[in-house]
Write a protein that binds this ligand. Structure first.
Ligand SMILES: Cc1ncc(COP(=O)(O)O)c(C=O)c1O
Length: 385
């Protein structure tokens, strides 16, 4: 066989360090895995039962391409009741996960050669979603010194005539940084000035500790140039449901719906039924889970700061991730992750996986119990740093 059948596009993609860490940790019986952003909680039973009940009642077929009207209604109701934001059903499409929402948002709006600004560090998939559409990801630095807050002023330095849009995510994975209303306003003004589309990832809305969560859609005028990405995964600890939604102007929703018909046709019907229950009646079941996440985050951040040479914002601003500064150890983030894996049997993710600005930092997921998080910290402390 003389040629590779793999698309050239794929050959350019680098493997992630996270995958390498997962490979190395195989077979460690006492491993504490703090590398994956998948909460340890099972989705609350009433949410699962709602999906089951509706499945028994016949919701086991394709749904309409944009999703069931009452699930779309639940998204509309959530933005209205929780955030005071008025959207209509024509602004919503239900899709198979937040990841897919981001991919579809890019695929429907980015032309080959378009540049898209992305915060550095941030969720690694954005770069791929832009590239899959033929676009060019352009990383905009953020820094620990500024609390990792995304700055429109900094982003402006990277705007060219080819810039089509920009991603924002609040609270941010991996840094936890929360955008404040004035940050969002500045992003909106930048987008207005250069006629940009804003891809606003709002997947961690329930995990904003520093400031109340602020949606891009709450900025007057922003809705006409904003594509919101959201999902059931984190706010309702339902990563396995693979259920998300997009809020955007109707023409963008139309383009996404058309493309979606040729990809998965519709989002999973049973997960949509879970989403309807979660969004309309699920909050009380999430309260104890959210309280536990907060306790884990706050106590683990305090504990980490008592380990020599490690630093992390305390109290943490948001999400269930702690982005720990390991520069003082003299190790690179990758070396630090290898060391904790080999010597402490604790799996972390190197910050550089999320962008060059994450170099020197490691991400810890508070997705295991507090005693396990404390045990992980004890093990890390007993390593020679
Ligand atoms: C910032 C961000 N956006 C989107 C996603 C995708 O989530 P899902 O596809 O599970 O909805 C993740 C997952 O970790 C994330 O961290």
């Amino acid at each position: 066989m003389a040629k590779s059948f793999i698309a050239r596009r794929h050959l350019h993609f680098q493997g992630s360090l996270m995958e390498e860490v997962a490979e190395l940790s195989k077979g460690m019986d006492d491993l504490i895995d703090l590398s994956i952003g998948d909460p340890d909680f099972t989705t609350p039973a009433p949410i699962l039962e709602a999906g089951y009940r509706d499945a028994l009642a016949g919701y086991t077929h394709y749904s309409p391409g944009k999703g069931y009207p009452d699930v779309i209604g639940a998204v509309v109701g959530t933005y209205k009741n929780d955030l005071g934001i008025a959207i209509g059903p024509e602004n919503v499409i239900i899709v198979a996960s937040g990841d897919y929402a981001s991919f579809m948002a890019g695929f429907a709006t980015i032309d080959p050669g378009d540049e898209v600004l992305i915060p550095d560090p941030s969720f690694m998939c954005y770069r791929y979603h832009v590239s899959y559409a033929g676009g060019v990801p352009v990383m905009v630095p953020t820094s620990a010194a500024d609390g990792w807050r995304f700055s429109a002023k900094e982003a402006e330095k990277y705007v060219t005539p080819k810039t089509k849009g920009l991603y924002i995510c609040t609270p941010n994975n991996p840094t936890g940084a929360c955008m404040h209303p004035e940050d969002m306003q500045a992003v909106y003004e930048l987008a207005e000035k250069y006629d940009l589309l804003i891809y606003s990832d709002e997947i961690y809305t329930a995990f904003s500790y520093e400031v109340p969560f602020c949606s891009m859609l709450s900025i007057p005028g922003a809705a006409k140039r904003t594509v919101v990405i959201n999902s059931l995964s984190k706010n309702y600890v339902a990563t396995g449901a693979r259920l998300g939604w997009i809020i955007a102007p109707p023409d963008i929703i139309g383009a996404i719906a058309q493309e979606g018909l040729n990809m998965v046709y519709s989002a999973p019907s049973i997960s949509q039924r879970m989403a309807k229950f979660a969004l309309t009646q699920g909050k009380p079941f999430m309260e104890p889970i959210m309280a536990e996440f907060k306790e884990r985050m706050f106590k683990t951040a305090e504990r980490i700061n008592r380990i020599p040479h490690l630093h992390v914002p305390s109290p943490p601003p948001g999400t269930f991730y702690l982005f720990v500064d390991v520069r003082e150890t003299g190790l690179s983030d990758y070396e630090f992750v290898l060391k904790t894996l080999k010597e402490a049997h604790v799996a972390l993710v190197p910050g550089s996986d999320f962008g060059a600005c994450g170099t020197g930092f490691v991400r810890i997921c508070a997705t295991v119990s507090l005693p396990k998080l404390m045990e992980a910290c004890n093990r890390i402390e007993s390593m020679k740093l």
